[in-house]
Design a protein around this ligand. Structure first.
Ligand code: AMP
Length: 233
């Protein structure tokens, strides 16, 4: 929907409960600014699928809708941000999720892992997507994703052209294991208990920007692009 630009954008943090649209918006930011989406949920699911040591440690916790330990997640993020594709910036989707992770990220950026040649610290742009609770439930239960290309659909709002098949590659769409109704409740509770304080952390330091995530997807994207542009002007 938007023209690509290859400007440096630095770290962008997307906050918001499960189903707020972080993944959808991250993909759009990625397409416009050509910086990678670093989704801790995706990275963890990849590790689970590959049966790595991290995946084996995380699997049961994730299936219960609880949070994986800060130590494991932070180390995974540290390794990912070292990759060359993160040098011009990256979009953190699903991280930080606890106040401890937010403090850890600030310390990491203080070390200027992000870009050693940069004279000043690379402050993240922190955007919180705010969505009504009932709308969240509807979005999460309707969510389907393509295991091949990662495209996200919603059977209520953004259905594929052919039932349960990806428009792009025809792969059968999947429901995430933790999008089942019985797991959604603990996930939303984990968000309230552990992740809402992350927003408070950024609010206290005057870095929190809120966007109404109940609006149409394109409007949310438009506002996020404006925030990124304003941050760099
Ligand atoms: P998500 O795809 O972001 O909803 O994440 C799916 C699951 O992965 C969560 O319910 C947690 O179990 C785990 N997870 C993802 N990101 C984090 C994080 N930053 N800290 C701890 N656990 C996480």
């Amino acid at each position: 929907m938007a023209q690509e630009t290859s400007r440096d954008v630095g770290p962008i943090v997307l906050l918001g409960p499960p189903g707020a649209g972080k993944g959808t918006q991250a993909k759009r930011i990625m397409e416009k600014y050509l910086v990678p989406q670093v989704s801790t949920g995706d990275l963890l699911r990849y590790n689970v699928a590959q049966g790595t040591e991290l995946g084996r440690a995380a699997q049961a916790v994730m299936a219960r809708g609880e949070l994986v330990s800060d130590d494991l997640v932070c180390e995974m993020v540290r390794q990912r941000l070292k990759q060359p594709d993160c040098h011009r910036g990256y979009i953190l989707d699903g991280f930080p999720r606890t106040a401890a992770q937010a403090g850890w990220l600030d310390a990491l950026l203080d070390d200027r892992l992000f870009d050693n040649s940069r004279p000043t610290r690379a402050w993240p742009i922190v955007i919180r997507l705010e969505v009504d609770y009932n709308e969240l439930l509807c979005r999460i239960t309707g969510r389907r994703s393509c295991p091949t290309c990662g495209r996200i659909y919603n059977i209520h709002f953004q259905p594929p052209a052919v039932d349960e098949l990806c428009d792009v590659d025809g792969t059968k769409l999947e429901t995430r294991n933790d999008d089942r109704l019985e797991v959604i409740q603990p996930r939303l509770a984990a968000y309230q208990e552990q992740t809402a304080p992350v927003a408070d952390y950024y609010q206290r330091t005057g870095r929190l920007i809120c966007v109404n995530g109940d609006q149409a997807v394109d409007e949310v994207t438009r506002q996020i692009f404006r925030i990124i542009e304003d941050h760099h002007s």
